[in-house]
Design a protein around this ligand. Structure first.
Ligand code: GTP
Ligand code: MG
Length: 173
């Protein structure tokens, strides 16, 4: 079992390609109200969780809610791919502005497995190349996360490690 130590109050960024199991992981380990997902915010602002043209507005709203929650002392999990430096930089900024530690949890599954899983979903229609690009972005992300300001970077490699993970909360004081 791998134990992931997380500060009681943190901004937790899930990082992983589509189909890596971020939303499943979030459901398993956190309360629904703690999880802000990019899909849910796209649906909120555009009635369509796959409307990529709504992404900028969706993330603006997501960052606003995240900041509000952190200001109120509530642990917050961001369920989005978070594969691009600019997306993560925005989360680090939100956390810092509220004096909260940003933490990353990377879910790394084989690209072929992620593709198999997304193929089974009617709500995911992107092509193989899109997933391959995500995988490249993920590989690049590894060297960058700590340097970007994430205080802890937990990496779960493969389905077994993801399955076995448990969260342990660290008291702040
Ligand atoms: P995006 O939202 O597209 O970025 O994907 P995601 O990373 O949120 O993946 P999600 O949690 O939606 O999982 C994708 C599919 O894989 C779903 O159909 C899940 O049921 C399945 N899945 C996720 N995690 C596991 C797992 O640990 N075991 C098994 N068997 N299936 C899983
Ligand atoms: Mg998801």
């Amino acid at each position: 079992m791998s134990t992931l130590d997380i500060p009681e109050l943190a901004l937790v960024a899930l990082v992983g390609i589509s189909g890596s199991g971020k939303s499943t992981f979030a459901r398993r380990h956190f309360a629904p109200s703690q999880v802000l997902s990019s899909d849910a915010f796209r649906a909120m602002v555009a009635d369509d969780e796959n409307d990529q043209s709504a992404s900028a507005d969706a993330f603006e709203a997501l960052h606003h809610v995240a900041a509000t929650r952190l200001r109120r002392g509530r642990l917050t999990v961001v369920d989005a791919t978070n594969l691009q430096p600019h997306a993560r930089a925005a989360l680090v900024r939100v956390a810092r502005e509220q004096d909260v530690l940003p933490v990353a949890i990377v879910l790394d599954v084989p690209e072929a497995l992620a593709w198999e899983r997304t193929g089974a979903r009617a709500d995911r229609t992107f092509g193989r190349q899109v997933l391959a690009r995500m995988q490249r972005d993920l590989r690049r992300s590894y060297g960058q996360l700590a340097r970007e300001g994430f205080r802890k970077v937990h990496v779960l490699r493969g389905v077994d490690e993801i399955d076995a993970a448990e969260i342990r909360y660290e008291k702040l004081f």
